[in-house]
Design a protein around this ligand. Structure first.
Ligand code: SF4
Length: 101
């Protein structure tokens, strides 16, 4: 067991890794992804942040496939990423969208 890894908004993945791909250094980008995934594996932490008591907790393949099948909403772990972007767009109308929801 190693230290817990910051999965969401990981500074290396958002920084060095994205930069490597933008610079066309695919090899380095992929190396950093591999290192990121391995560090999560080595940490032994629960990578799933969903709180629902679900038999598919942490089983990403099954989770994503059933969400795709239902086409109703995204898996829990994607919400922060999507909400962050929606929040920025919503600011364009001073968040008046919430009055219509
Ligand atoms: S895809 Fe599903 S199982 Fe995997 S981390 Fe996200 S919510 Fe959890």
């Amino acid at each position: 067991m190693c230290d817990k890894v910051k999965i969401d908004a990981n500074p290396i993945m958002m920084g060095e890794c994205m930069e490597a791909f933008k610079d066309g250094n695919v090899k380095e980008g992929r190396r950093l992804i591999k290192e990121f995934l391995q560090s999560i594996e080595d940490s032994g932490q629960d990578h799933c942040n969903c709180k629902e008591p679900c038999m598919y907790h942490g089983k990403c393949k099954e989770c994503v496939l059933q969400h795709r099948g239902g086409m109703d909403h995204l898996p829990f772990c994607f919400r922060d990423m999507v909400n962050e972007r929606i929040e920025r767009l919503s600011a364009l109308t001073e968040h008046s969208l919430k009055e219509r929801i």
